[in-house]
Design a protein around this ligand. Sequence first.
Ligand code: FAD
Ligand code: 2HG
Ligand code: ZN
Length: 482
Amino acid sequence: KRDSSFGGLKDEHVKYFKELLGAESAVIDGLSQDATEDLEPFNSDWMRKYRGHAKVVLKPKSTEQVSKILKYCNDNRLAVVPQGGNTGLVGGSVPVFDEIVINLQRMNNIRSFDEVSGVLVADAGVILEVADNFLAEKNHIFPLDLGAKGSCQIGGNVATNAGGLRLLRYGSLHGNVLGIEAVLPDGTVMNDLSKLRKNNTGYDLKQLFIGGEGTIGIITGISIFCPQRSQAQNVAYFGLESFEKVQQAFVEAKNQLSEILSAFELMDGRSQRLLSIVKESKLPIEGEHPFYCLIETSGSNTDHDGEKLEKFLEYVMEQEIVSDGVLAQDKTQINELWACREGVPETLSHWGGVYKYDLSIPIKELYTLVDDTREKLTKAGLVGDDDSYPVVDVVGYGHMGDSNLHLNIPTRRFDKAVEKELEPFVYEWVAKRNGSISAEHGLGIAKKDFIGYSRTETMIKLMKQIKDLYDPNGIMNPYKYI
Ligand code: FAD
Ligand code: 2HG
Ligand code: ZN
């Protein structure tokens, strides 16, 4: 139900925003029927699962404009949704009712880069891939990479504390983000754009914004520690017969590749089969294997690293840990192998709907959940090959190196019967093993009712107190997890 304490949008509000931002296209106004752009893409999420009804999308160009917008909204009790690239997977980036969308796409300047320290300072709306390309020219790398890099924004990445494909190597944004500039709901600018690696001066308040999902303020700028870009990159892709063997391969990879290992990703055979069907292409290796892994190394010498990776692959094949494998010979092949992993989320949306669960699970039991879920849905008569069944398949993939499973259930349509089988089953299963119901995507609206499976009442109460302190009127991203 819409919160009646929030004001409705009036002509005078629209007038204020137009005057502040400029009428041309900074304000998209559906109310007075002169929309300069279609509002639909801002109201609908990447999965097409959640849809809001914002009549106004604001695209500020500066921190000062964000501050004025928020102060005005707070004074007039107008609810807002911060929005980056709108690639989030938990429905957090779109309105639920008529909240005003504040999209950061026009705040897209790189502010500074220090080639000695590797510290980048940039606006929140810079696209992740743009930031990384900029850094590549300076021999550095953004310490985060993910499949949505061409659309997601670094501010959105920080707001969701995204994990991605190389967390195993570069660590979490909680460590790499050195400073944040954010605007609080009352318009206060919190300038904590420190460029220091070490800064133990009281509470580290910026951490609240990392993974805060836009519930306490809008991130307008970040400073982040970027490592030197490795000169050499090598990638292997291989098939295995069991999850037991996947674990053995992981241990061996850590042993033999140690400091050059930069990714260890898992895809089950079903996700790879669906990928090859949808993309109409052959997988990199022959035959069908229950599991596939992708290993990437990043080091200083391609030949040297390639030799190490080749030796590793020979060893695990000799030991019958791995059934078959291939090493990329050049940059094109590296991209082809990575596409088998990065292309999975898009593939699984092909049939219409997809239920996604992003989970931290103790590694031994990581894949058991996929089998248990498939069994449950099959018993309920919901999985099948023709259109009369809602569920196409039940698949698992994810960041093996971080014990992070992506359980995905591609469906021909979003279906209440399927949802009833899945929830709270999946969350109970994870809670029983002391896992987390959100490893890297956040809670948004999708997991709003389930936070209790991963956090105690005391923790939730403390979170609410923080929310009330920063956002006493509750205008920031309402109806979401807090
Ligand atoms: P949005 O989707 O626009 O917003 C996400 C949340 O952050 C919302 O709650 C929004 O209100 C808030 N927000 C956005 N910008 C700001 C801001 N400036 N200030 C305050 N709040 C803000 N995630 C991973 O962790 N690892 C992956 O490997 C990964 N791969 C993905 C692959 C694909 C193909 C897709 C579609 C998504 C993937 N994601 C992954 C999901 C991930 O959360 C997003 O891709 C990304 O981090 C969100 O950035 P965004 O700019 O799109 O934010
Ligand atoms: C990934 O690792 C993303 O590819 C998306 O986090 C996972 O879609 C998903 O479930
Ligand atoms: Zn992921």
